[in-house]
Design a protein around this ligand. Structure first.
Ligand code: NDP
Length: 449
């Protein structure tokens, strides 16, 4: 496992000092800096021109109060965040997350990752991320709407087709995007479709955006396996989470002939050796908004639910962590390796702890890092922006074909870069270097920004 080059150590120390206590942000920066030793040997000007320091510092961070009234008439206060990380390649682009764990460090780590991910897509989008510590669980539609409207009262002044274009993330799906867009329209008296992505089809959304992150993840995994001469068909797959990314990952794996035998939510996981019944899962999670334990009750025999232990103890060929950051630790990685896993690819952002990534790489397991493997969502958001700008609407097939081509290109760029830098098969290194160099080159061309 590479260590941070000594020329970059003072930069990392500075990041630790200036962002004290933001452990996820430290983890994300460390992982990128570890990949850059060979890059700065080739491009010493990146260090001389303080490009790395500049890339580690967000362009702008906005923190604001979100007051709203719940169904009992009580006033509630949440905190809102938008970190506009880097606009060297295009307007800030990245989702909004509603989850009680949200704080500035989490949003900064996500915005930092997003900058390189967006660069990897090859499309003209910069990096940003936002959200709130609001917990949507158990809230009524009316409460969700009032919360979204209050959030947008502040956020709207920072958005714009050429400035900052948010989308969904954990806890923010089609319902929330609708409330947010409606409030933006009221506040500005303008129908600006290009200020948000993940919109409903009827008012400017893109076909295949809902499916894009999960589908894109599967295209990426398929390419990794193909390069080794392995077919995804008939493989046993475990996918954690049961939200947007997990559901459409399961759908596409099934289309490729693989069998997903386990998935989860934050309360526990289910195993169904016959293959997860996707229609039932969608009914529980997307329609009823219930817990995953319901699956076993409705399915009857053959499936079981576990609250204790880890979903990563379920033997599989391919593991796709698609719930949240640091959900797969070193022990989980050891268990997966012992049980013969051949590929692990990140559907969520940074779901594998650093120790787990190290163990996979040392064991020679194919490992797809999030910034490459889950870039299909933001890539399709950029396709939504293209359709909005040209007031056009493409078919599902056309949009998915573009998504598939983008994912293949991302895969090949990462694989080729890893080879060029003497680390064939190291997709972490390939993704970090490819994304970093694109952002650094654009900033370099624009002077001291
Ligand atoms: P959703 O809110 O739709 O689903 C999240 C899923 O993860 C739920 O099953 C949730 O369970 C579970 N989960 C959330 N927090 C935790 C936790 N602390 N421990 C265990 N399980 C948890 O979110 P998405 O599917 O959209 O996002 C999942 C991941 O993918 C995130 O890391 C996100 O940043 C990333 N991502 C999403 C993209 C998108 O287009 N949506 C694009 C790129 C990345 P529960 O219901 O119990 O909370």
């Amino acid at each position: 496992m590479p260590r941070i080059d000594e020329k970059l150590l003072p930069i990392f120390d500075d990041v630790l000092r200036r962002n004290a206590g933001e452990t996820e942000f430290h983890q994300a920066v460390e992982e990128v800096l570890e990949s850059l030793g060979a890059v700065i040997a080739k491009h010493p000007e990146y260090v001389d021109n303080a490009l790395i320091e500049r890339i580690c510092e967000p362009e702008r961070q906005i923190i604001f109060r979100i007051p709203w009234v719940d169904d009992k008439g009580q006033i509630q206060i949440n905190r809102g965040f938008r970190v506009q990380f880097n606009s060297a390649l295009g307007p800030y682009k990245g989702g909004l997350r509603f989850h009680p764990s949200v704080n500035i460090g989490i949003i900064k780590f996500l915005g930092f990752e997003q900058t390189f991910k967006n660069a990897l897509t090859g499309l003209p989008i910069g990096g940003g991320k936002g959200g709130s510590d609001f917990n949507p669980r158990g809230r009524s539609d009316g409460e969700i709407m009032r919360f979204c409207q209050s959030l947008m009262i502040e956020l709207h002044r920072h958005l714009g087709e050429y400035t900052d274009v948010p989308a969904g993330d954990i806890g923010v799906g089609a319902r929330e995007i609708g409330f947010l867009f409606g409030q933006y329209k009221r506040l500005t008296n303008r129908f600006e479709a290009g200020i948000l992505t993940g919109k409903g089809l009827i008012y400017g959304g893109s076909r295949a955006r809902t499916e894009a992150t999960g589908y894109g993840l599967v295209y990426f995994v398929d390419q990794m396996l193909k390069r080794k001469g392995i077919d995804l068909a008939d493989k046993r797959v475990v996918v954690s989470g049961s939200g947007n990314v997990a559901i459409y990952t399961i759908e596409k794996i099934t289309e490729f002939g693989g069998k997903v035998i386990a998935c989860s939510d934050s309360s526990g996981y289910i195993v169904d050796e016959a293959g997860i019944d996707l229609d039932l899962l969608k009914e529980i999670k997307l329609v009823r908004r219930e817990r995953i334990a319901e699956y076993v009750q409705l399915k009857g025999t053959g499936a079981y639910y576990t609250e204790q232990g880890s979903i990563w103890d379920v033997p599989c060929d391919v593991a796709l962590p698609s719930a949240t950051q640091n959900e797969l630790n070193g022990n989980d990685a050891t268990s997966l390796i012992r049980n013969g896993v051949m590929a692990v690819s990140e559907g969520a952002n940074m779901p594998c702890a650093s120790e787990a990534v190290r163990l996979f790489q040392e064991a020679g397991i194919l490992f797809g890092p999030a910034k490459a493997a889950n870039a299909g969502g933001v890539a399709t958001s950029a396709l939504e922006m293209q359709q909005n700008a040209s007031r056009d609407s493409w078919t599902f097939e056309e949009t998915e074909a573009r998504l598939a081509a983008i994912m293949r290109r991302i895969h090949d760029d990462c694989a080729d870069t890893a080879e060029t830098y003497g680390a064939p098969g190291n997709y972490v290194l390939g993704a970090n270097i490819t994304g970093f160099v694109r952002v650094a080159e654009a900033m370099q061309a624009m002077g001291v920004i």
